[in-house]
Ligand binder design. Sequence first.
Ligand code: P6P
Length: 339
Amino acid sequence: HEADAYRTDLMTITRFVLNEQSKYPESRGDFSILLSHIVLGCKFVCTAVNKAGLAKLIGLAGETNVQGEEQKKLDVLSNEVFVKALVSSGRTCILVSEEDEEATFVAPSKRGRYCVVFDPLDGSSNIDCGVSIGTIFGIYMVKDDHEPTLDDVLQPGKNMLAAGYCMYGSSCTLVLSTGEGVNGFTLDPSLGEFILTHPNIKIPKKGKIYSVNEGNAKNWDGPTAKYVEKCKFPNDGSSPKSLRYIGSMVADVHRTLLYGGIFLYPADKKSPNGKLRVLYEVFPMSFLMEQAGGQAFTGKQRALDLIPEKIHERSPIFLGSYDDVEEIKALYGAESKIK
Ligand code: P6P
């Protein structure tokens, strides 16, 4: 009857978060309500992305539909859905989206205590070839009850209360941490519910995969070049690492989290701060990696210690298995973290 028990004892993400919340009797359920609106956004995007595959047939995502209306591009559509869902939750006061140049300050009547930073559809250039893409998000609490300002979102990543991503691929998988480990949920479309499928994810301490765009090798700095060389021609008799690079951060990070290894988007001569954005790409993925027992480094410091000055600023990032990141830190001359 084991199987039956499993089928009836469904651990949905909503129930999971409510269980977590019950550990904080004083909490008023605001976080659970906020999260349920983020989950709603992910379900919508999952549906739209899956339909986008039929874009040419049914006129979506940048095509003109049968009425000849110009359909919104999927990332614009996704952004609107998340902004509307987050504002309507009544639990947010500042939103920062990769799609919007300026931060959104929620009207006082709908204002809550949380700030959400997100990339509604990261990797969207990969939609047309069917590569997995995703939503990435991080959640801060406002610093105090004063009128909200950008300072409430220009906080180091270590101040995040929660972070996660939803990957739209062969299945729709939502990976979340509220600061007590990492859990993965898979959308059961027949129920319209995210079910716990990957409880307490821990990244292997060391991996056999490195993930970087080798096409930028000409512009890498010394330590990165040396590290990648070591991956390909190890001088300690170990076997070379495999290269896996999908070019969609959510997909590359998800594989790194589950299989181990290291994901790198280094600085290079053309882009001294690398390409990935601090608030809604580097911080959430670094938060998850640390919660799963891995680590994340910018080339200069622990990624989560970085204090952003602009909401769309970028940073180089090296994240993944603890031992693999230690190696790159040594090459950058960074002291290893005192355990
Ligand atoms: P490159 C996608 O455009 C993205 O923002 C991330 O999802 C991905 O990791 C990165 O850029 C890929 O960049 O320069 O290797 O194509």
